[in-house]
Design a protein around this ligand. Sequence first.
Ligand code: IZC
Ligand code: ZN
Length: 411
Amino acid sequence: MIIKNIDCLVTCKGSHKKIKDEIKDAGIIENGYVVIKDDVIIEVGQGNDYKKYINDETTIIDGTGKTVTPGLVDPHTHLVYGGSRENELPLKLNKMGYIDILNAGGGILSTVKNTRKASLDELVEESKKRLDIMLNYGTTTVESKSGYGLDLETELKMLEVNKKLNEIHPIDVVSTFMVLHALPIEYKDNREGFLKIAKEMLPHITKENLAEFVDCFCEDGVFSVDECREFLEEGKKYGLIPKVHGDEVEPMGGAELAGEVKAISAEHLIAASDEGIKALAKNNVVAVLLPSTAFYLMVGSFARARDMIENGVAVALATDCNPGTSPTESMQAVMTFAAFGMRMFPEEIINAMTINSAAAINREKEIGSIEPNKKADIVMFNSKNLNYLIYHFGINAVHKVIKNGKIVVEN
Ligand code: IZC
Ligand code: ZN
């Protein structure tokens, strides 16, 4: 397969996470081409040099008027859940806070109820619909967390759903075990008991190879820095790589904790402190920013992407797709909030949702850029240049999605 005459080929090349000046360079080639053999990219260039590859079996796609990027990598989602939470919308509009809704038994805990009730097949069916939307909006790899079970049976069920989705859907699904997401009602007066059973779940998860990462919600009113540290360190003993939901609402020291435990990523970070930002840079932790969540929380502020980039933090972007604080599958919506909420530039945004988001899930050697030997996961947008893609908002600009060398979306 050859994609030729591409007005704006955004390669994001270099199979490592981009910091400082590197994140400002998206490796753009004008009038570019990409040559794909089977499911791998074999050549990337400019002009007409692709012609030597043409034979009777070649599929040739015209890239005139298009912006072509690596398949988008969404490195933070709560994809698998039962029910929905639109009933919280009027509460939010009446200024009830996210953690207050949770402490009143709503929020995450209401999703826990619905997820425990749902069968594995029902969860597969509902989550598959969300994956279909993601693919149609340009996402080709997604991370998916457990954490709406809070008991062994349902946590295992959620991770089994991830496994099944990975098998049946074109999108690659990467699993994270996140039982420290909320204190379940049955342990309301027994935090220690819950932390103990959470740790005891680890061998059951790793025995079946059901997750690569372990995550926790480190937040005032949810789990403390000490509780999260202990759990993540235990997870490491079982070979799970730590991630931290940190400083989403209050500056709790979540970013500092991510640095301390050598997490692969720290996520949210709306309220991260200066010390937290320095800890991320120093310890090579990817900052996964979720500006659609910041918008939806209505807290009037976003993570300090500019300060992070200036301080040498590798910034990535994700949807946080979940039924409460970011009910969207669209990385294109995230582009809008990253630009207009955090003043990230188009080149930075694309690096942050391809190569840097691949690095947040340990996949930067296989995906996240358009260069030889990378997997042929590619998106074509109806957009004559990269600025135009971010500038024209609120629509689906996807023209085609190529996953593993095959056209899977044609709009
Ligand atoms: O269901 O509210 N922040 N967890 C931490 C979430 C958002 C998901 C939810
Ligand atoms: Zn989350």
